[in-house]
Ligand binder design. Structure first.
Ligand code: 13P
Ligand code: SF4
Length: 330
């Protein structure tokens, strides 16, 4: 027998009547409940299509901070829901599947990170937004891939800095800024898997193609890039650059918005090195389906909760990021 909680959580779709127009019903419920649906670029295209707002991690946090909605449905991974809850403690924050974790956030458990920070006194602690609320609580300022360079540069050149958890983004920022930040040894399982050889072999077939790379990728992949940037920055570049073809080394969900914005251009997903698949998907982001979104709005469940004590400490570094970003016009 199907457990009621599973139906409520959206892990099964038995509760959805056959013939239901999911997209129409989702939009109807969102309006009736004054709920805003936000989606990250890595979610399924059909999820992005019903969202009120699609964005990168920075834009999603900024949007959460200013929304007037009573409910935020965060179609993305768990830490994104937590960030929203920390910024809007009075609102109901829903994530359609709480199993949507993040390997990068998991690579930095808060207790171990705290020990690392304690072992290096006198350092400013900068953490990527892909962290749990508890890790953010041990942080001085949060960054995303959209603003990491500028926020690091807002500190004096000789400021001792700990940067976590992404070692690839951290070493990329070190190389851009000539700093020597102390790096936590974490990574994203999706972005680590891109293959230099496979990207070069696609480039040999399409010599005029531009290579777009997310800074969570390994240094060897970043070196191939015509453009390195957050999902939003890569999208912007694809729209404004005159090239006809792009090889895209980030999670393949971004291709949906790229193709929508530029129907006449060709976007080729960069393949991972250890499989026969043509593209590289985040299995966590892909847990967010239209039927789970439907159930989530219907039952207003599952809801994100953050320990108020942790939230009190985590809100400071997030707000600091939003303040610096606003000053930088980001
Ligand atoms: P951005 O959306 O900030 O580029 O982050 C990518 C990512 O991995 C989100 O999980
Ligand atoms: Fe986390 Fe990587 Fe998935 Fe982004 S793509 S949510 S960093 S596991």
């Amino acid at each position: 027998m199907v457990k009621n909680e599973w139906i409520k959580a959206g892990y099964v779709s038995e509760s959805i009547a056959e013939g239901t127009d999911l997209k129409k019903e989702i939009r109807r419920m969102a309006e009736a409940k004054n709920a805003v649906i936000m989606a990250h670029y890595y979610t399924e295209g059909e999820v992005q299509e019903v969202a009120d707002f699609i964005g990168d991690s920075l834009a999603l946090a900024q949007q959460a901070a200013r929304t007037q909605a009573d409910i935020i449905v965060m179609c993305g991974v768990h830490f994104m829901g937590e960030t929203n809850k920390i910024l809007c403690p009075e609102k109901k924050i829903l994530v359609p599947d709480l199993n949507a974790s993040c390997s990068l956030a998991e690579s930095c458990p808060a207790d171990e990170f705290r020990k690392f920070v304690d072992a290096h006194p006198g350092h400013t602690v900068i953490s990527y937004v892909n962290t749990t609320a508890a890790t953010k609580a041990v942080t001085d300022v949060v960054v995303t891939s959209s603003n990491a360079r500028e926020i690091v540069e807002s500190f004096p050149q000789d400021e001792p800095i700990i940067f976590g958890p992404d070692r690839n983004l951290g070493s990329y920022i070190n190389s851009l800024t000539g700093r020597n930040m102390l790096l936590w040894d974490g990574a994203c399982h999706v972005h680590e898997r891109f293959s230099v050889e496979k990207i070069l072999s696609i480039k040999a077939q399409y010599p005029d193609a531009k290579i777009l790379v997310h800074p969570e990728c390994k240094g060897a992949v970043v070196k191939l890039a015509d453009k390195v940037g957050s999902t939003a920055a890569l999208l912007k570049y694809a729209v404004s650059d005159a090239s006809e073809t792009f090889i895209v080394a980030t999670e393949s969900g971004i291709l949906h918005e790229m193709q929508k914005a530029c129907p006449q251009k060709t976007f080729i997903p960069a393949p991972p090195d250890d499989s026969t698949c043509a593209c590289n998907e985040c299995n966590y982001m892909k847990l967010i389906t239209l039927s789970k979104l439907y159930n989530c709005l219907k039952y207003e469940w599952p809801e994100i909760e953050v320990d108020p004590e942790i939230a009190k400490r985590a809100v400071r570094p997030i707000n600091k990021m939003l303040e610096i970003s606003a000053k930088l016009g980001k």
